[in-house]
Design a protein around this ligand. Structure first.
Ligand SMILES: NC(=O)c1ccc[n+]([C@@H]2O[C@H](COP(=O)([O-])OP(=O)(O)OC[C@H]3O[C@@H](n4cnc5c(N)ncnc54)[C@H](O)[C@@H]3O)[C@@H](O)[C@H]2O)c1
Length: 450
């Protein structure tokens, strides 16, 4: 930015982008990449979106590009590696089969570096990594890749990390209004990243270096994981107490958030953060809280199932780990279904967002062939995801049909707490007294019956 002042340079870059003379690339058109693409188009920037999955490309292309004829979605990387694309946003997965994975980010960097090295891409191109990275990925993988390609970091290739912390249900507003952390591999990377990110986000916080920027996302999620897990340890330690109520009350303190016991965490953010941290540190033995959170999280799903395994058939409602989103990564249902199979308990998994084939492929168990029959013959119904569909009048009518045998309903989020249950139904939200029969719940019931 030699002779121009910083603000002049910024304006010049923004003009280049909004006039269509230069374009932005987005790698990976999933939840995150899709929203980046849309936010850039909204900022009047021309965008090329690339995905290796043609379904993602064709499914999203018309929605993404809309009226903006300069923008396009493609599975041909020649279009995103053209000379007019001067910034790349990378939103590819960094997890695979529930573990951190470098495969996709390595692929994207290899393609971009080859293009810079052979002149298809300009020197000084910026790569903004939006995906969550395991600590050490930039220094251990990305920077060596740049030098091995014969290129100079922060000169030939600029790199900044700007992990996304919005959640997919926030829509585009999250990207604009949520504070965003970023950090470059050097001063040029940081300066340019600020210019491009400010097209989409109002409040930016610059990290000291890329190392700190890389760690922030994992740290904030690991904090959450430890706190969520403490709620579960508390309900196991005090099974006779209504821990939902205790934590609701504790959450009224000025410096405490509200937590609640549950079947454990799910998704690819919170439960994975600890794994990223343990993988990225040379001192995993120091992160005992993180390791313990992972162990407790695994354990709670097993304990839920073990507490009901002897009673008879089990129906799990929800493959998604959360309501109204089709995300099953590390969903408690996957571990619960596995445990049910290990214990040879008759069971089925139902989720209105998934086909029976998808349910079988994701969790290894079958969807019910007849939902009405599965509900009426179940001895236990485990409600994992708080889908709105489970609150629909006809669904509740199916659940509350008069029955002659006992039914236990265990509810992760308490979404069915307001339902008027017929006789023979024992309803418990996770964390309420005696919700887990195997950890003091039986004693609570016997006492109540006296
Ligand atoms: N979804 C969220 O709310 C959220 C929030 C914060 C962070 N993140 C992080 O953002 C990243 C992306 O998440 P997502 O939810 O968008 O994932 P996603 O699975 O919805 O989308 C990823 C897309 O990348 C594509 N892809 C895979 N390999 C590719 C390659 N080599 N080149 C180009 N495209 C490729 C896939 O086909 C897919 O369409 C992950 O690291 C995730 O942890 C996600």
């Amino acid at each position: 930015m030699n002779q121009l002042s910083e603000s002049q340079a910024e304006r010049k870059i923004q003009d280049l982008m909004t006039s269509g003379r230069r374009r932005a690339g987005v790698w990976g058109l999933g939840y995150i990449g899709h929203s980046t693409f849309a936010a850039l188009v909204e900022a009047n920037v021309s965008v090329v979106g690339f995905d290796i999955d043609p379904v993602r490309v064709s499914g999203g292309a018309s929605i993404l590009t809309g009226e903006h004829h300069m923008s396009e979605a493609t599975d041909d990387d020649r279009l995103i590696l053209r000379g007019d694309v001067i910034v790349h946003f990378v939103a590819v997965p960094t997890e695979r089969r529930d573990q951190p994975s470098d495969e996709a980010i390595t692929d994207v960097f290899r393609r971009i570096l080859n293009a810079v090295a052979d002149g298809r891409q300009p020197r000084g191109v910026l790569v903004v990594v939006e995906s969550t990275l395991a600590p050490g990925t930039t220094d251990g993988l990305l920077l060596p890749m740049i030098t091995e390609a014969g290129l100079v970091p922060d000169e030939d290739v600029l790199v900044a990390l700007a992990p996304r912390r919005d959640w997919l249900t926030f829509g585009r507003d999250g990207l604009r209004t949520l504070d965003r952390v970023f950090g470059g591999i050097g001063p040029r990377s940081s300066a340019l990243a600020r210019v491009f990110l400010s097209l989409m986000t109002d409040t930016l916080h610059e990290a000291r270096t890329h190392v700190e920027a890389e760690l922030v996302k994992c740290v904030e999620n690991a904090y959450r994981h430890v706190e969520v897990t403490l709620a579960n340890q508390l309900t196991l330690a005090f099974p006779h107490v209504d821990m939902v109520d205790v934590l609701r009350l504790a959450g009224t303190k000025w410096n405490m958030s509200e937590y609640h016991p549950s079947f454990g965490t799910g998704g690819y953010c919170v439960p994975l953060a600890g794994r990223y941290l343990l993988q990225g540190t040379e001192h995993p033995e120091e992160l005992t809280l993180v390791s313990q959170a992972l162990t407790t999280d695994d354990g709670i799903r097993k304990r839920v199932i073990e507490s009901v395994a002897d009673a008879g058939p089990v129906l799990i409602l929800g493959l998604a780990y959360k309501g109204n989103v089709k995300v099953a990564t590390l969903s408690p249902t996957i571990a619960m279904a596995r445990r049910l199979r290990e214990l040879a308990v008759e069971h089925a998994v139902y989720d209105p967002l998934y086909t029976p084939e998808e349910i079988l492929a994701v969790c290894g168990s079958n969807a019910p062939t007849d939902l009405v029959e599965a509900i009426s013959s179940a001895a236990t119904i485990v409600v994992v995801a708080d889908h709105d569909a489970f609150l629909a009048a006809d669904f509740v009518a199916m659940l509350t049909v008069e029955r002659s045998h006992a039914l236990t309903v265990l509810d992760n989020y308490g979404m069915l707490a307001g339902v008027v249950w017929p006789e023979h139904v024992r309803y418990r939200r996770a964390g309420e007294p005696g919700w887990l029969l195997s950890v003091g719940g039986a004693a609570v019931l016997i006492e109540a019956a006296r």
